[in-house]
Each structure stands twice: as structure tokens, then as C-alpha cells.
Design a protein around this ligand. Structure first.
Ligand SMILES: C[S@@+](CC[C@H](N)C(=O)[O-])C[C@H]1O[C@@H](n2cnc3c(N)ncnc32)[C@H](O)[C@@H]1O
Length: 234
């Protein structure tokens, strides 16, 4: 892909440092995060996804991973029976909690997506994960998915939404490291620079990584700026 060809090659990452840096970046970005949902060229896709999501999760007990400021929580939880929105950062969850339109069935918990250890024995019959897959180092995807699917009943719908790379709309990929992870150079409103891991897998790659954990995948088509899939827990 064009954005890959221009990127610099770098050594593989120091994993714990990268995970901590990702969390720190989003804690600092919490107050300005939702501007990403105001990009004019993305409104048509967002409208499709907002209209589609509640029906997929209707009547379900949903675990949301890396919920952030709860932009999708508000839409997705509308017809769910129960919704637990989790994120590592209290800063982002504070924005979500303060939303007047947040359905009262939504509960919040700080939890690390890589362990979900904070959730005790809780299990769910659906999951929603928005814009998190792209931030998981490729080498950690399988372990993260194992943790997620261990929480789910057989047949549970798992909704995954994330970005496609679109030239002119996406932040360019500045580096590709030895593990094949892509990195962007971003700047927050205070001028602080951040190096952010951001992968853009194809549907084929997503299905290959999901593998035997799922019994099937239904893709939302056509979307220009996002990919969205419902995978069924096997
Ligand atoms: C791109 S944002 C997605 C937020 C929200 N799901 C959305 O789609 O608007 C990524 C989120 O991951 C959270 N995060 C970072 N590291 C995490 C971790 N190890 N476990 C759980 N959440 C984490 C950040 O706080 C941030 O809210």
C-alpha cells in the first residue's frame, strides 16, 4: 500500500512501554477525543453504523472493551439489556459517565483490555470493541482475543469497528517496525508529540486472526472510512 511504501523501517517495539504510552496518550487526549467523529467526510459512514449497531446488540449483555469517551456506548447500548463499558483510563470514562444521553443500563469499570482481570468472573453474551484492534500490536492480537473470547458465551455477537486507511483523511503512517506494526506521529492540542501504533488490517487479515474463535463473520458493506464486522463466538 502507498502509505506503507513511504514509511521508515524501525526495530520492533518495547511492548510494555508501548502499552503504557498508548494509555497515556488517550488519557491526555480525553477532552479533545471526539473531534475525530466530526470529520465531515466520515458522516455518511458514521450514520450507517449508528443506525445499524443497536439492532445487532439488542437484548444482549454486552462487554465493551476500550470504551473511551463512550461515543459508541450511547448508540450501541440503546436496546441492549445490560452494558459494561470498560477502559484502562479513568479520564476517558469520566467523559463517558458525564454524558446526559448515556442510557442508565450502562455501567463503567476501569479494566486493562489485555487481562480484563478487574472484571472478576463476569461473563457476557455479546461484545463491542471500537477502534481498539488497530492499536493492538500484531504480536499481541491473539492473546488479547483469547482474553476477550474467554468472557463470552458461545454464539455471542462480537462487533468490531475500526478505521480503514484513507489517503487525505487518515494520519499518514510514518514508520513500520520490524514486527510489521505501523506508527503514526500525532500532536495534541497542547502541541505535545505522540508516536501512536495504528494498524489497518484488511478483512482477510482480521478473519485470519480471529480464526477458530469464531463460527462466522458478517461484514457491513460498503463503508469508505471504516471496517465493521459481527463475528460469532464459536
Ligand atoms: C481509539 S480509542 C477508542 C475509544 C472508543 N472505543 C471509541 O471508539 O471512540 C482507544 C481507547 O483505548 C483505551 N486504552 C488504551 N490502552 C488500553 C488498555 N491497555 N486497556 C483498555 N483500554 C485501553 C484508551 O484509553 C482509549 O479510550
Amino acid at each position: 500500500m502507498a502509505h506503507q511504501a513511504r514509511a521508515e523501517a524501525r526495530p520492533a517495539i518495547d511492548m510494555p512501554a508501548a502499552v503504557a504510552a498508548m494509555a497515556g496518550y488517550y488519557a491526555a487526549r480525553a477532552a479533545e477525543y471526539e473531534r475525530v467523529y466530526a470529520k465531515p467526510e466520515r458522516q455518511a459512514d458514521l450514520g450507517v453504523l449508528q443506525a445499524w449497531l443497536p439492532g445487532v446488540l439488542a437484548g444482549r449483555r454486552v462487554l465493551e472493551v476500550a470504551a473511551g469517551t463512550g461515543w459508541w456506548t450511547v448508540h450501541g447500548a440503546r436496546d441492549a439489556a445490560f452494558w459494561l463499558a470498560t477502559d484502562l483510563n479513568p479520564e476517558t470514562l469520566a467523559v463517558a459517565r458525564a454524558k446526559p444521553q448515556m442510557p442508565c443500563k450502562v455501567r463503567f469499570a476501569t479494566a486493562d483490555a489485555y487481562t480484563l482481570a478487574e472484571l472478576g468472573p463476569q461473563r457476557f453474551d455479546a461484545a463491542f470493541v471500537g477502534f481498539w484492534w488497530s492499536h493492538v500490536p500484531r504480536a499481541r492480537l491473539a492473546a488479547w482475543l483469547d482474553v476477550l473470547f474467554a468472557r463470552l458465551e458461545t454464539g455471542a455477537p462480537v462487533v468490531l469497528i475500526d478505521n480503514r486507511y484513507v489517503e487525505g483523511s487518515s494520519t499518514r503512517i510514518a514508520e513500520v517496525d520490524a514486527a510489521g506494526d505501523h506508527w503514526q506521529h500525532r500532536r495534541l492540542e497542547d502541541g505535545s508529540p505522540h508516536r501512536v501504533l495504528k494498524n489497518h488490517p484488511t478483512p482477510t487479515e482480521v478473519e485470519a486472526v480471529l480464526g477458530a474463535r469464531v463460527s462466522g463473520c458478517e461484514w457491513v458493506e460498503p463503508l469508505a472510512y471504516y471496517w465493521a464486522v459481527v463475528a460469532r463466538a464459536a
